[in-house]
Write a protein that binds this ligand. Structure first.
Ligand code: FAQ
Length: 328
């Protein structure tokens, strides 16, 4: 299952070196009791660093995540589906605002986060680096990627950092609508004409592997999982969340008469765990490090939005000044 990935050596430098032992013990006891950490509470530097990294990546994923489906707004089949898709894309952009706000409570300014995104210094979810060539792709994204996001976010909304957990709760409520919308679209296609069924099956075949990757590398290769789980930022490991996805969604996919493009997929009757073929972890690492089918295109869109919107932000900050609208 681990195929071509290497297992992480976790014996490197202690990230807690130099921390005050008493404050650290109080902090960990508070987390152990299930209390929330709030922005002005004492926290170890590594907790702050990890949270900024993770929440920032999550925020970037929402704004970049709006792009594959966003390209279908002008081509959605019918007025109602167009309206629903517009609302969904707008929601995803709203989620990024909530998440940037949560990350800002830890001291990193939003502008710096956006700069890091467009300079390729910080990551966002692997899945949004793939194209959505047909309407059926948008259906699979809205159903199964939103489902995956909900599994992750509902679990982590019970975590330790107050602002992040509250943002996740609100996001999950909206994502639940997205999931219903996506499911409705998949059901329509899967119970439609032969062409529609073939289209949705093709889309599932294209997205299955990126969805496997979505939950992160296998636990043995997870760099941050151990400390994040200790501090209850992540409330389950990457593999456990992936298993939860299999448990909940494999039966639903099969029920629709669709096939899952993995001949090795089976549930071990004794361990009750799903086994699956190596989903090509080399591809995962390539994509998250900038070499996926759409990475350059996605970043270029965000860079353009930043540049085109600069005068609007400046005008909002200084309404009395005069600004010239740049002509492009
Ligand atoms: N994509 O040590 P771990 C959505 C990186 S929101 C890219 O296991 P960790 C809504 C990881 O950053 C989707 N990179 O990492 C929507 C690290 O690299 P680094 C986003 C990934 O943090 C739906 C390295 O690999 N959700 O979809 C990925 O413990 C539809 C080692 O990995 C979140 O961000 C990946 N999939 O666990 C929008 C949730 N996985 O930073 C539109 C919050 C791992 O050292 C349409 N995040 N990496 O350079 C998390 O729960 C965690 O960060 C994980 C990764 C589980 C993603």
């Amino acid at each position: 299952m681990y195929g071509n990935i290497s297992i992480i050596d976790k014996s490197s430098k202690d990230p807690l070196e130099g921390e005050d032992a008493i404050l650290l013990a109080e902090f960990e006891a508070k987390i152990e009791r299930g209390e929330k950490i709030e922005p002005n509470d004492w926290m170890p530097k590594e907790y702050r660093r990890q949270l900024i990294r993770m929440i920032e990546q999550h925020a970037h994923s929402e704004i970049i995540g709006a792009l594959p489906e966003g390209t279908w707004i002008t081509r959605a089949p019918g007025f109602k589906r167009k309206m629903a898709l517009m609302a969904k894309v707008q929601d995803e952009s709203g989620h990024c605002q909530l998440l940037y706000n949560a990350a800002e409570t830890l001291g990193k300014p939003r502008e710096q986060m956006i700069n890091d995104l467009i300079l390729g210094k910080s990551k966002y979810s692997n899945v949004f680096n793939y194209p959505a060539p047909t309407w059926a792709d948008t259906a699979i994204i809205a159903w199964l990627i939103d489902a995956s996001a909900i599994i992750n976010q509902v679990t982590n909304s019970r975590g330790s950092y107050g602002p992040y957990c509250r943002a996740l709760e609100r996001i999950c409520m909206e994502e639940s609508f997205h999931l219903r919308y996506g499911y409705d679209n998949v059901v329509t296609l899967a119970t439609g004409t032969e062409t529609q069924r073939a289209e949705v099956q093709d889309a599932l075949n294209r997205w299955w592997r990126p969805i496997m990757h979505f939950f992160g590398p296998p636990d043995v290769a997870s760099v941050h999982g151990e400390i994040l789980m200790k501090w209850k930022v992540k409330m389950a490991s990457n593999d456990d969340m992936r298993q939860q996805f299999f448990n909940q969604y494999v039966p639903k996919i099969l029920e629709l008469g669709l096939t899952i493009p993995d001949e090795g997929l089976r549930k071990d009757p004794e361990t009750k765990k799903w086994e699956y073929s190596d989903p090509d972890w080399a591809e995962f690492f390539r994509v998250i490090n900038g070499d996926g089918p759409c990475n350059k295109e996605r970043i270029a869109v965000r860079r353009r939005a930043e540049e085109d919107g600069r005068w609007v932000r400046a005008a909002l900050n200084q309404p009395s000044a005069k600004y010239t609208v740049p002509l492009s």
